[in-house]
Ligand binder design. Sequence first.
Ligand SMILES: [Zn+2]
Ligand SMILES: [Zn+2]
Ligand SMILES: [Zn+2]
Length: 73
Amino acid sequence: LRCHDTMGIPICGACHRPIEERVITALGKQWHVEHFVCAVCEKPFLGHKHYEKKGLAYCEQHFHKLYGHLCFR
Ligand SMILES: [Zn+2]
Ligand SMILES: [Zn+2]
Ligand SMILES: [Zn+2]
């Protein structure tokens, strides 16, 4: 992994392999688009909105299920 790091190629936080196409940066790591998934249902976000809490990522459905709505009114 170190040689990839020095070459500036991002490493996927899920499969630990280099990412040569589109990179998702989230949770302080980088991910293949198809490997950045909801912590509950494991569906990839594929560039859709995700929610982060306590170092995990969730789809909207499961974030709301676990933590409720984030309403500001
Ligand atoms: Zn990956
Ligand atoms: Zn989910
Ligand atoms: Zn609401």
